[in-house]
Unconditional design. Structure first.
Lengths: 280, 217
């Protein structure tokens, strides 16, 4: 491999915790809408979950609105659907709110499912947004789009089951979906990790490694173990599921926080050749 | 077609930062914002140490990631390859800044001046439109357009040439049409060994670095 010369990459300073909150709240809100819409909920319970999901997505968008330089021009975000994943994210968010509000107003499960599909698109767009940021090696890895997507589903499912335990033990089908989401996220992390080591800077990898370890140990293995315990010990099932849900949600959030605010080292500069001066 | 490009001869650059100063003066950029800057690198270990000075800035890429990600269409690429920002459209989301692999973009939220109050030159060049939006090197596009309207040739006639190129004391920076085989930059690219920064990313930078002459056959 040819040596490259140049200053070491440094951390980007353009996106801070406000941008991170968009991914944190947006992903969890989208994931919550998906599981709520397809869980068989109806009536006020469905309404409450839909409103909470939209509130989370809205909180993320408001957070990032505080970061942009010209907030009064925020409408311009919708001008480039042809190539910008940020524009597409904004369109998907619009669809989520339009369909979600209709579903909550009418209490219509079909509309809720349509809102959930829009939420899936929203979560996917968020992953592609990061992937399109070519200046940040830890983000531009294609596998990150899927990690972001699966963690959104997992966080939403975690939040859903945690909330459900406040009233009753969640349905087996929901717990099965939650388990699958946990496994999918764990797999997505291992694929992402295998790819990101090829491009990201050392301090970025160190931050990701720590966050990934937490994601696997406390965000995958521990919740799956708790779900198993809940399966066989009915008397502690609710508390076990509650802890599993909270762990899945919290570890997903910490990972995204680290991804945006700790692992976002830039490309730096690199010279494949040094200038040849004087006689050779 | 025309493809405006810049060539930096790394063998000639002495790191004097005159290009940086002249860019700042010509474009009235605030403190800390250097559309044209020069990296000062030290390579190797004593006693085999080399210093390399590398002018950097917007590379005016063929396939600019900043343009693709821009949600407001503020960032555009002209037919002649110059990547521009419409300050009236930009929302200051900084997505372009994280998409740029060359750290070429800046965002300044508040007006700032070298000595607190603006000097006469700073007051003259101050543009409130540039606050809280993305800014970057424009290849001095106004000079190019105005010069060409007068029938001048960018890269040859100083009035139509980017300020940094005019200011370079070592003639390390050259500017011209890389699609014209007879242009100064095409000649330099033909006669020398060059590279472009982060070529592997596929952005197609319009900024070339000369590092050696071509091997004689």
């Amino acid at each position: 491999m040819k040596d490259n010369f140049g200053p070491k990459p440094w951390h980007q300073s353009n996106w801070d915790f406000r941008a991170a909150l968009n991914f944190i709240f947006g992903g969890a809100g989208a994931g919550l809408l998906v599981v709520a819409a397809f869980s068989g909920l109806a009536g006020d319970a469905l309404r409450a979950e839909i409103v909470l999901g939209m509130a989370l997505i809205g909180a993320g968008l408001i957070s990032v609105w505080f970061e942009i330089g010209r907030p009064l021009r925020a409408i311009n975000v919708g001008f480039n659907p042809f190539t910008s994943w940020m524009t597409r994210e904004s369109f998907a968010a619009g669809a989520v709110f339009a369909l979600g509000l209709s579903a909550a107003w009418l209490g219509n499960p079909a509309l809720a499912q349509a809102a959930a599909l829009a939420a899936l698109v929203f979560a996917y767009c968020q992953g592609r947004m990061l992937r399109a940021a070519k200046g940040i090696p830890a983000w531009r890895v294609p596998a990150l789009a899927w990690l972001n997507f699966t963690t959104a589903l997992t966080e939403g499912a975690g939040l859903f089951v945690a909330l459900a335990t406040l009233f009753d033990t969640p349905a087996r089908g929901v717990l099965a979906y939650f388990s699958l989401a946990l496994i999918a996220r764990g797999l997505a992390w291992s694929i992402y990790r295998g790819n990101v080591v090829k491009s990201a800077a050392r301090p970025a990898l160190a931050a990701l490694e720590r966050a990934g370890k937490i994601l696997i140990q406390f965000g995958t293995i521990a919740p799956l173990a708790l779900l198993l315990v809940g399966l066989f010990a009915a008397e502690i099932a609710r508390i076990a599921v509650l802890l599993a849900g909270v762990a899945a949600l919290a570890t997903g959030w910490q990972f995204k926080f680290v991804l945006i605010t700790r692992a976002a080292y830039n490309q730096g500069f690199a010279l494949p050749h040094l200038p040849v001066r004087g006689t050779r | 077609m025309t493809r405006w490009a810049m060539v930096a001869d790394l063998r000639r650059c002495v790191g004097c930062q005159t290009c940086t100063a002249s860019c700042r003066q010509a474009n009235a950029t605030p403190p800390g914002v250097q559309w044209r800057r020069v990296l000062d690198m030290e390579v190797g270990e004593y006693p085999a140490v080399k210093r390399v000075f590398v002018p950097v800035g917007c590379m005016h890429c063929e396939d600019p990631p900043c343009m693709h990600v821009c949600p407001s269409t503020a960032t555009k690429k002209r037919a002649d390859g110059i990547v521009t920002i419409d300050y009236d459209l930009c929302i200051g989301c900084s997505y372009c800044a994280v998409a740029c692999p060359y750290q070429a973009r800046y965002k300044t939220d508040r007006a700032s001046f070298a000595y607190g109050k603006p000097t006469a030159a700073e007051a003259q060049g101050f543009d409130p439109k540039r606050l809280a939006v993305a800014t970057k090197c424009t290849f001095c596009v106004e000079r190019i357009d105005a010069g060409m309207a007068k029938g001048l040739t960018p890269g040859v006639d100083p009035e139509a040439t980017p300020a940094c190129v005019n200011a370079c004391i070592a003639q390390a920076l050259s500017f011209g049409d890389s699609d014209d085989p007879h242009s100064n930059v095409s000649q330099l690219l033909t006669e020398n060994q060059t590279f472009r920064m982060h070529e592997e990313l596929g952005t197609g930078p319009g900024f070339h670095y000369i590092w050696d002459k071509k091997e004689e056959a």
